[in-house]
Design a protein. Sequence first.
Length: 215
Amino acid sequence: MTQVKAITEAITRLSEVHTRFGLVRIESEQFFPEWSGELRQITETEKASLDVLRRRYLYHRGEGNLLEGTVMLLVVSPLLALSGFYDPPFRMKAESSVELVLDDGEEVLRGRIDVLVLHNQLWVMVLECKKTTLSVWSALPQALAYLMANPQPDKPVFGMLTNGDDVLFIKVKREVDTVQYDLSRVFALFTSAKELYNILQILQRIGQTICDDLP
């Protein structure tokens, strides 16, 4: 009999993701140049918009912890707009359902992605948002499971995790006999405005990479 479980309940540790999906972390700048390579300089207008974003976030964060919905409104949505993911050729899906069938159909994992970015029906990026009381690392096993549900596994796909205070990027790519991934460093909005500038640069670089590589 097939067992149906929620991804949030079935996948709670990084070791579980590695074992269930055969994921291997590749710590290499060549594997994930979208965050570690040379990045485009952002404009003064973009910096001004990011400064407003950060000022608003710190203002609301100063009153206490923030829920996922508030983090989405204050941080994720403005960043997606500034990086061009709300505009052609990209499309957005919120609360997108995914399903993973494991062990020859004996187990089915189901979940719901906070935000899914598409390009010509191809998955581009999965965004996972947590409340500020949770570490950004707590979202990593779940996000990797969602990325494994990519219906075009031969194409690279990216992830962005945030709890508002911190942002982490992921890249997943299937090779001949393994599925490989790597992580960026953690970017901290509290530290300085430059951290937020770097986040936008990486998002723009990912968007440009996708547009260059896909039809």
